[in-house]
Design a protein. Structure first.
Length: 266
């Protein structure tokens, strides 16, 4: 593919689309890029509401697929339903979850869900759609990772580990499939003011109004822009870009000290 990606009148799958960044990505794709959407998440009523809004305000087609990505069977079903209903051009693997507590064996079931959604589902959907795109001769995959892929986020061990895995997987997959007319990109944002802040308890540390927590709309705009430009990795925000440079300089123990201090519960 030469030039930028063009999503106009093409079908894009967005996971985790019932709220937060996923919802913002869907709205931005429909309103600014002219894309048709297959939106997936657990909460069907919220997906139905988003579908109605997009169809009425932006006149784009929308298909809703209720999907719990912590269930491996649901992952395969999402792929089958999506490609069975429409000719899909791209997928944005956005669904994610976290837990904000010291790592403890009593929470292991929660960690399994985090790994299922953030890593295993992302890997499987990437591979299923990659195979589909190869047969089609074109396609695009965007995996939403996190700054937690690069920094050991103290008190979010399972989340940080899963995002690191997702980032490394995406970069390797891109390298292995270069020159195949398929774009494979990653986008690693910092904090986002979404439901995940309150559901994880992170809002008690830094609320939605904290300057380090960007709005979902701002992050979605940056994510789609970098995806269109086929960037292997995009990290939005000067502070986070500088953070990656600082990470290479600081001793690991010093980095962990500052991260623990930063994320310590008050």
């Amino acid at each position: 593919m030469m030039g930028k990606l063009d999503f106009n009148n093409k079908w894009i799958v967005v996971t985790g689309a019932s709220s937060g960044l996923g919802e913002a990505l869907a709205i931005k794709l429909a309103s600014k890029e002219g894309a048709n959407l297959i939106i997936a998440a657990r909460r069907k009523e919220k997906l139905d509401s988003l579908k109605s809004r997009i169809q009425s305000e932006f006149k784009r087609e929308v298909i809703v697929i209720e999907s719990d990505l912590s269930d491996p069977g649901s992952v395969e079903n999402l792929f089958r339903e999506s490609t069975g209903k429409k000719e899909v051009f791209g997928i944005i693997n956005n669904a994610g979850m976290t837990d904000f507590n010291p790592a403890d064996i009593k929470d292991f079931e929660k960690y399994e869900k985090i790994i299922e959604v953030n890593l295993k589902a992302l890997i499987k959907l990437s591979l299923l759609f990659l195979d589909y795109f190869k047969k089609k001769g074109e396609g695009a995959i965007l995996n939403i990772t996190s700054m937690g892929a690069f920094f050991p986020l103290v008190y979010q061990a399972a989340y940080s580990a899963s995002k690191h895995g997702a980032q490394v997987f995406t970069e390797i997959l891109s390298k292995e499939n270069k020159n195949k007319n398929i774009t494979i990109s990653s986008f690693a944002p910092g904090g986002i003011a979404t439901e995940m802040l309150s559901s994880s308890g992170l809002d008690k540390l830094r609320g939605a109004d904290d300057p380090f927590n960007w709005s979902a709309e701002k992050v979605a705009k940056k994510a789609i822009s970098s995806f269109k430009r086929k960037k292997l990795l995009s990290v939005p925000g000067l502070v986070y870009k500088l953070g990656l440079i600082l990470k290479r300089i600081l001793p690991r123990k010093t980095l962990l000290y500052f991260l623990e201090k930063s994320y310590r519960k008050k």
